[in-house]
Design a protein around this ligand. Structure first.
Ligand code: SAM
Ligand code: SF4
Length: 335
Protein backbone atom coordinates (compact mmCIF):
# COMPACT_ATOMS: atom_id res chain seq x y z
CA UNK A 1 0.00 0.00 0.00
CA UNK A 2 1.44 3.37 -1.02
CA UNK A 3 1.33 6.10 1.66
CA UNK A 4 -0.80 9.16 1.12
CA UNK A 5 1.97 11.56 0.27
CA UNK A 6 0.18 14.33 -1.59
CA UNK A 7 1.29 16.94 0.92
CA UNK A 8 2.83 20.24 -0.10
CA UNK A 9 5.53 22.23 1.65
CA UNK A 10 2.91 23.99 3.79
CA UNK A 11 1.49 20.70 5.10
CA UNK A 12 -1.71 20.85 3.02
CA UNK A 13 -3.02 17.39 2.15
CA UNK A 14 -4.37 17.08 -1.41
CA UNK A 15 -7.24 14.66 -1.89
CA UNK A 16 -9.17 16.47 -4.62
CA UNK A 17 -8.45 16.64 -8.35
CA UNK A 18 -10.24 18.96 -10.76
CA UNK A 19 -10.05 17.67 -14.31
CA UNK A 20 -10.71 19.85 -17.32
CA UNK A 21 -11.90 17.35 -19.91
CA UNK A 22 -12.01 19.83 -22.79
CA UNK A 23 -11.09 23.45 -23.45
CA UNK A 24 -14.09 23.82 -25.79
CA UNK A 25 -17.44 25.28 -24.86
CA UNK A 26 -20.86 25.88 -26.39
CA UNK A 27 -21.05 29.30 -24.66
CA UNK A 28 -18.76 32.35 -24.54
CA UNK A 29 -19.31 33.89 -21.10
CA UNK A 30 -17.96 37.43 -21.03
CA UNK A 31 -15.73 36.80 -17.97
CA UNK A 32 -14.27 33.59 -19.33
CA UNK A 33 -13.73 33.69 -23.09
CA UNK A 34 -13.47 36.30 -25.83
CA UNK A 35 -16.41 36.62 -28.25
CA UNK A 36 -14.26 35.51 -31.15
CA UNK A 37 -10.80 34.26 -31.93
CA UNK A 38 -10.47 31.71 -29.13
CA UNK A 39 -7.95 29.09 -30.18
CA UNK A 40 -8.65 25.55 -29.08
CA UNK A 41 -6.30 22.61 -28.68
CA UNK A 42 -6.41 20.17 -31.58
CA UNK A 43 -8.12 16.88 -30.63
CA UNK A 44 -4.86 14.96 -30.55
CA UNK A 45 -3.58 17.21 -27.74
CA UNK A 46 -6.52 16.43 -25.48
CA UNK A 47 -6.20 13.63 -22.93
CA UNK A 48 -8.24 10.56 -23.82
CA UNK A 49 -10.62 9.06 -21.27
CA UNK A 50 -8.17 6.17 -20.85
CA UNK A 51 -5.33 8.57 -20.08
CA UNK A 52 -7.42 10.51 -17.56
CA UNK A 53 -8.45 7.25 -15.89
CA UNK A 54 -4.80 6.16 -15.63
CA UNK A 55 -3.79 9.41 -13.92
CA UNK A 56 -6.70 9.18 -11.50
CA UNK A 57 -5.89 5.53 -10.72
CA UNK A 58 -2.37 6.52 -9.68
CA UNK A 59 -3.63 9.49 -7.66
CA UNK A 60 -6.29 7.41 -5.91
CA UNK A 61 -3.47 5.23 -4.56
CA UNK A 62 -1.93 8.43 -3.21
CA UNK A 63 -5.04 9.56 -1.37
CA UNK A 64 -7.18 11.41 -3.92
CA UNK A 65 -10.82 10.69 -3.07
CA UNK A 66 -12.74 13.30 -4.98
CA UNK A 67 -12.67 14.32 -8.63
CA UNK A 68 -14.55 17.05 -10.40
CA UNK A 69 -15.06 17.08 -14.16
CA UNK A 70 -15.04 20.55 -15.62
CA UNK A 71 -13.84 22.34 -18.74
CA UNK A 72 -14.56 24.24 -21.01
CA UNK A 73 -17.92 22.61 -20.99
CA UNK A 74 -17.59 18.95 -19.92
CA UNK A 75 -20.88 17.97 -21.54
CA UNK A 76 -19.61 18.83 -25.03
CA UNK A 77 -17.21 15.92 -24.63
CA UNK A 78 -18.94 12.96 -26.30
CA UNK A 79 -19.59 9.97 -24.05
CA UNK A 80 -18.57 11.78 -20.86
CA UNK A 81 -20.67 9.26 -18.91
CA UNK A 82 -18.19 6.55 -19.95
CA UNK A 83 -15.41 8.50 -18.25
CA UNK A 84 -17.58 8.86 -15.16
CA UNK A 85 -18.13 5.08 -15.12
CA UNK A 86 -14.41 4.35 -15.39
CA UNK A 87 -13.57 6.81 -12.65
CA UNK A 88 -16.22 5.50 -10.29
CA UNK A 89 -14.78 2.00 -10.66
CA UNK A 90 -11.39 3.13 -9.30
CA UNK A 91 -10.88 1.95 -5.71
CA UNK A 92 -10.54 4.97 -3.42
CA UNK A 93 -12.58 7.39 -5.55
CA UNK A 94 -15.54 8.25 -3.36
CA UNK A 95 -16.97 11.34 -4.95
CA UNK A 96 -17.44 12.39 -8.57
CA UNK A 97 -18.71 15.90 -9.22
CA UNK A 98 -19.42 17.91 -12.33
CA UNK A 99 -19.27 21.64 -13.05
CA UNK A 100 -21.35 22.54 -16.08
CA UNK A 101 -23.12 25.44 -17.71
CA UNK A 102 -26.24 23.26 -17.66
CA UNK A 103 -27.26 23.74 -21.28
CA UNK A 104 -26.99 20.03 -22.16
CA UNK A 105 -27.61 18.66 -18.69
CA UNK A 106 -31.37 18.05 -18.68
CA UNK A 107 -31.18 15.19 -21.14
CA UNK A 108 -28.07 13.69 -19.52
CA UNK A 109 -28.94 14.02 -15.82
CA UNK A 110 -30.29 10.48 -15.32
CA UNK A 111 -27.43 8.83 -17.27
CA UNK A 112 -24.80 10.80 -15.40
CA UNK A 113 -26.32 9.98 -12.04
CA UNK A 114 -26.49 6.31 -12.94
CA UNK A 115 -22.85 6.45 -14.10
CA UNK A 116 -21.72 7.83 -10.72
CA UNK A 117 -22.04 11.62 -10.62
CA UNK A 118 -23.23 12.48 -7.15
CA UNK A 119 -23.07 16.25 -7.16
CA UNK A 120 -23.31 19.00 -9.74
CA UNK A 121 -22.43 22.67 -9.82
CA UNK A 122 -24.40 24.56 -12.43
CA UNK A 123 -23.23 28.00 -13.49
CA UNK A 124 -26.06 30.51 -13.57
CA UNK A 125 -25.27 34.19 -13.23
CA UNK A 126 -28.74 35.58 -13.86
CA UNK A 127 -32.34 34.40 -13.86
CA UNK A 128 -33.32 36.86 -16.61
CA UNK A 129 -33.46 35.48 -20.15
CA UNK A 130 -32.17 38.56 -21.97
CA UNK A 131 -29.37 39.11 -19.50
CA UNK A 132 -28.36 35.44 -19.62
CA UNK A 133 -28.09 35.68 -23.36
CA UNK A 134 -25.85 38.76 -23.02
CA UNK A 135 -23.56 37.30 -20.35
CA UNK A 136 -23.15 33.94 -22.10
CA UNK A 137 -23.28 35.48 -25.58
CA UNK A 138 -26.27 33.55 -26.82
CA UNK A 139 -27.30 31.02 -24.14
CA UNK A 140 -30.92 30.15 -23.32
CA UNK A 141 -31.58 30.38 -19.58
CA UNK A 142 -34.63 28.13 -19.80
CA UNK A 143 -32.43 25.18 -20.69
CA UNK A 144 -30.43 25.72 -17.50
CA UNK A 145 -33.60 25.98 -15.41
CA UNK A 146 -34.87 22.77 -17.01
CA UNK A 147 -31.57 21.09 -16.14
CA UNK A 148 -31.86 22.11 -12.50
CA UNK A 149 -35.35 20.59 -12.43
CA UNK A 150 -34.08 17.41 -14.14
CA UNK A 151 -31.30 17.02 -11.56
CA UNK A 152 -33.78 17.48 -8.73
CA UNK A 153 -36.02 14.89 -10.33
CA UNK A 154 -33.32 12.23 -10.60
CA UNK A 155 -32.15 12.93 -7.05
CA UNK A 156 -28.75 14.52 -7.64
CA UNK A 157 -27.93 16.18 -4.34
CA UNK A 158 -26.43 18.62 -3.62
CA UNK A 159 -27.11 20.90 -6.57
CA UNK A 160 -25.08 24.08 -6.35
CA UNK A 161 -25.59 27.15 -8.47
CA UNK A 162 -22.39 29.09 -9.21
CA UNK A 163 -23.09 32.81 -9.55
CA UNK A 164 -20.19 35.06 -10.56
CA UNK A 165 -21.17 38.41 -9.08
CA UNK A 166 -20.45 41.41 -11.29
CA UNK A 167 -20.99 45.07 -10.49
CA UNK A 168 -23.63 46.68 -12.68
CA UNK A 169 -24.31 43.37 -14.44
CA UNK A 170 -26.09 41.03 -12.01
CA UNK A 171 -25.65 42.53 -8.53
CA UNK A 172 -29.32 43.60 -8.57
CA UNK A 173 -30.26 39.88 -8.51
CA UNK A 174 -28.67 38.96 -5.18
CA UNK A 175 -32.06 38.73 -3.47
CA UNK A 176 -33.62 36.70 -6.29
CA UNK A 177 -30.85 34.11 -5.94
CA UNK A 178 -31.13 34.11 -2.15
CA UNK A 179 -34.89 33.61 -2.36
CA UNK A 180 -34.26 30.40 -4.35
CA UNK A 181 -32.67 28.90 -1.22
CA UNK A 182 -35.70 29.50 0.97
CA UNK A 183 -38.06 26.87 -0.42
CA UNK A 184 -35.65 24.43 -2.06
CA UNK A 185 -32.49 22.65 -0.98
CA UNK A 186 -30.43 24.46 -3.63
CA UNK A 187 -27.06 25.82 -2.58
CA UNK A 188 -26.33 29.16 -4.23
CA UNK A 189 -22.64 30.06 -4.30
CA UNK A 190 -21.64 33.60 -5.08
CA UNK A 191 -18.15 33.73 -6.57
CA UNK A 192 -15.97 36.78 -6.89
CA UNK A 193 -15.02 37.68 -10.41
CA UNK A 194 -11.37 36.67 -10.81
CA UNK A 195 -8.73 38.47 -12.87
CA UNK A 196 -7.70 35.42 -14.87
CA UNK A 197 -6.57 35.35 -18.48
CA UNK A 198 -8.81 38.09 -19.84
CA UNK A 199 -9.40 41.77 -20.33
CA UNK A 200 -8.15 43.58 -17.24
CA UNK A 201 -10.36 46.61 -17.83
CA UNK A 202 -13.53 44.53 -17.80
CA UNK A 203 -12.50 42.93 -14.52
CA UNK A 204 -11.60 46.25 -12.88
CA UNK A 205 -14.97 47.69 -13.91
CA UNK A 206 -17.07 44.72 -12.82
CA UNK A 207 -15.29 43.22 -9.80
CA UNK A 208 -17.42 43.37 -6.65
CA UNK A 209 -16.39 42.04 -3.21
CA UNK A 210 -18.88 39.56 -1.79
CA UNK A 211 -19.50 41.64 1.32
CA UNK A 212 -22.28 43.01 -0.95
CA UNK A 213 -24.26 39.79 -0.37
CA UNK A 214 -24.30 40.02 3.43
CA UNK A 215 -25.07 43.75 3.20
CA UNK A 216 -28.07 42.90 1.04
CA UNK A 217 -29.29 40.36 3.61
CA UNK A 218 -29.12 43.08 6.25
CA UNK A 219 -31.10 45.50 4.08
CA UNK A 220 -33.71 42.80 3.52
CA UNK A 221 -33.75 42.12 7.28
CA UNK A 222 -33.10 38.44 6.67
CA UNK A 223 -31.64 36.70 9.68
CA UNK A 224 -28.58 34.83 8.47
CA UNK A 225 -26.77 32.00 10.25
CA UNK A 226 -23.34 30.74 9.33
CA UNK A 227 -23.65 27.00 8.80
CA UNK A 228 -20.72 24.70 9.35
CA UNK A 229 -22.21 21.44 8.18
CA UNK A 230 -23.10 21.90 4.54
CA UNK A 231 -21.96 18.93 2.48
CA UNK A 232 -19.04 19.60 0.17
CA UNK A 233 -18.79 23.32 0.85
CA UNK A 234 -15.06 23.44 -0.11
CA UNK A 235 -13.67 26.97 -0.08
CA UNK A 236 -17.11 28.51 0.43
CA UNK A 237 -18.07 30.27 3.63
CA UNK A 238 -21.59 28.94 4.02
CA UNK A 239 -24.72 30.61 5.40
CA UNK A 240 -28.42 29.95 5.69
CA UNK A 241 -31.32 32.35 5.89
CA UNK A 242 -33.14 31.42 9.09
CA UNK A 243 -35.68 28.70 8.29
CA UNK A 244 -34.51 28.20 4.70
CA UNK A 245 -34.23 24.71 3.20
CA UNK A 246 -31.18 25.59 1.14
CA UNK A 247 -28.04 27.61 1.84
CA UNK A 248 -25.75 30.11 0.24
CA UNK A 249 -21.99 30.28 0.05
CA UNK A 250 -19.47 33.01 -0.53
CA UNK A 251 -16.29 32.18 -2.42
CA UNK A 252 -14.04 35.19 -2.25
CA UNK A 253 -10.74 34.34 -3.87
CA UNK A 254 -9.89 38.00 -4.45
CA UNK A 255 -10.91 39.87 -1.28
CA UNK A 256 -10.19 37.11 1.23
CA UNK A 257 -8.35 34.22 -0.27
CA UNK A 258 -9.01 30.69 0.82
CA UNK A 259 -5.59 29.19 0.20
CA UNK A 260 -4.74 28.05 3.75
CA UNK A 261 -6.95 25.00 3.39
CA UNK A 262 -6.42 24.34 -0.33
CA UNK A 263 -6.66 20.60 -0.97
CA UNK A 264 -6.91 20.66 -4.76
CA UNK A 265 -4.81 19.88 -7.77
CA UNK A 266 -5.81 20.58 -11.34
CA UNK A 267 -5.32 18.65 -14.56
CA UNK A 268 -5.74 20.62 -17.78
CA UNK A 269 -7.37 19.14 -20.86
CA UNK A 270 -3.98 18.92 -22.58
CA UNK A 271 -2.44 16.96 -19.72
CA UNK A 272 -0.75 19.51 -17.49
CA UNK A 273 -0.79 19.46 -13.72
CA UNK A 274 -1.53 22.89 -12.30
CA UNK A 275 -0.76 23.07 -8.59
CA UNK A 276 -2.46 26.48 -8.32
CA UNK A 277 -5.32 27.98 -10.32
CA UNK A 278 -3.69 31.38 -10.63
CA UNK A 279 0.00 30.88 -11.33
CA UNK A 280 1.58 29.80 -14.58
CA UNK A 281 3.51 26.78 -13.16
CA UNK A 282 2.56 23.58 -15.01
CA UNK A 283 3.95 20.07 -15.36
CA UNK A 284 3.17 17.93 -18.37
CA UNK A 285 2.08 14.53 -17.12
CA UNK A 286 0.87 13.13 -20.42
CA UNK A 287 4.23 11.84 -21.56
CA UNK A 288 4.60 9.87 -18.31
CA UNK A 289 1.26 8.08 -18.41
CA UNK A 290 1.94 4.34 -18.21
CA UNK A 291 4.90 4.86 -15.88
CA UNK A 292 3.28 5.15 -12.45
CA UNK A 293 6.49 6.07 -10.68
CA UNK A 294 7.12 8.98 -13.07
CA UNK A 295 3.52 10.19 -12.73
CA UNK A 296 3.84 10.12 -8.94
CA UNK A 297 7.17 11.94 -9.04
CA UNK A 298 5.70 14.69 -11.22
CA UNK A 299 2.84 15.29 -8.79
CA UNK A 300 5.37 15.50 -5.95
CA UNK A 301 7.35 18.08 -7.94
CA UNK A 302 4.19 20.09 -8.59
CA UNK A 303 3.36 20.04 -4.87
CA UNK A 304 6.87 21.05 -3.87
CA UNK A 305 6.57 24.34 -5.76
CA UNK A 306 2.91 25.01 -4.92
CA UNK A 307 2.91 28.53 -3.44
CA UNK A 308 1.30 29.38 -0.13
CA UNK A 309 -1.34 31.53 -1.83
CA UNK A 310 -2.39 33.05 -5.12
CA UNK A 311 -2.05 36.77 -4.36
CA UNK A 312 -4.91 37.66 -6.74
CA UNK A 313 -5.76 40.68 -4.59
CA UNK A 314 -2.46 42.27 -5.57
CA UNK A 315 -3.73 42.47 -9.14
CA UNK A 316 -6.51 44.70 -7.82
CA UNK A 317 -4.09 47.34 -6.58
CA UNK A 318 -1.40 46.79 -9.22
CA UNK A 319 1.19 45.43 -6.75
CA UNK A 320 4.01 43.10 -7.79
CA UNK A 321 3.45 39.37 -7.33
CA UNK A 322 5.80 36.57 -6.29
CA UNK A 323 5.12 34.20 -9.23
CA UNK A 324 4.00 34.73 -12.82
CA UNK A 325 0.20 34.75 -13.28
CA UNK A 326 -1.12 32.24 -15.81
CA UNK A 327 -1.99 33.38 -19.31
CA UNK A 328 -4.49 30.55 -19.66
CA UNK A 329 -8.16 31.42 -19.67
CA UNK A 330 -10.54 30.03 -17.08
CA UNK A 331 -12.07 27.77 -19.73
CA UNK A 332 -8.66 26.15 -20.18
CA UNK A 333 -8.06 25.66 -16.47
CA UNK A 334 -11.54 24.56 -15.44
CA UNK A 335 -12.22 27.11 -12.71
N1 SAM B 1 -18.38 25.40 -18.46
C1 SAM B 1 -18.59 25.01 -17.13
C2 SAM B 1 -19.32 26.07 -16.35
O1 SAM B 1 -19.41 27.19 -16.82
O2 SAM B 1 -19.77 25.74 -15.25
C3 SAM B 1 -17.32 24.61 -16.40
C4 SAM B 1 -16.09 25.43 -16.63
S1 SAM B 1 -16.14 27.09 -15.99
C5 SAM B 1 -14.55 27.68 -16.43
C6 SAM B 1 -16.04 26.79 -14.26
C7 SAM B 1 -16.49 27.93 -13.37
O3 SAM B 1 -15.59 29.01 -13.51
C8 SAM B 1 -17.87 28.47 -13.70
O4 SAM B 1 -18.69 28.45 -12.55
C9 SAM B 1 -17.63 29.89 -14.14
O5 SAM B 1 -18.67 30.75 -13.78
C10 SAM B 1 -16.34 30.20 -13.39
N2 SAM B 1 -15.56 31.29 -13.98
C11 SAM B 1 -15.11 31.42 -15.25
N3 SAM B 1 -14.40 32.56 -15.40
C12 SAM B 1 -14.39 33.17 -14.17
C13 SAM B 1 -13.84 34.38 -13.66
N4 SAM B 1 -13.10 35.19 -14.42
N5 SAM B 1 -14.04 34.66 -12.36
C14 SAM B 1 -14.77 33.85 -11.56
N6 SAM B 1 -15.30 32.68 -11.97
C15 SAM B 1 -15.13 32.35 -13.26
FE1 SF4 C 1 -18.00 28.12 -21.17
FE2 SF4 C 1 -18.09 27.76 -18.55
FE3 SF4 C 1 -16.40 29.54 -19.62
FE4 SF4 C 1 -18.99 30.04 -19.68
S1 SF4 C 1 -17.72 29.84 -17.84
S2 SF4 C 1 -17.56 30.25 -21.41
S3 SF4 C 1 -19.84 28.08 -19.91
S4 SF4 C 1 -16.32 27.38 -19.89
Amino acid sequence: MIRNELVDSFGRVHDYLRISVTDRCNLRCVYCMPAEGMEFEPDENILSFEEITEVVRVLAEMGVKKVRLTGGEPLVRKGIENLVRSLSAIPGIEDIALTTNGIFLARKAATLKEAGVNRVNISLDTLKADRFSLITRGGDVQRVLDSIAACQQVGIDPIKLNVVLMKGINDDEIDDFLRLTIDSSLQVRFIEYMPIGHNDMRWKQSYLPLSAVLERCEQMEWKVEESKNVRGNGPAQTFRIAGAKGSFGLIHPVSDHFCETCNRLRLTADGNIKPCLYWSDEFNVRKHIGNDEAVRELFFRALRIKPRNHEMAKALVGEGQSHVPTVRRMSQIGG
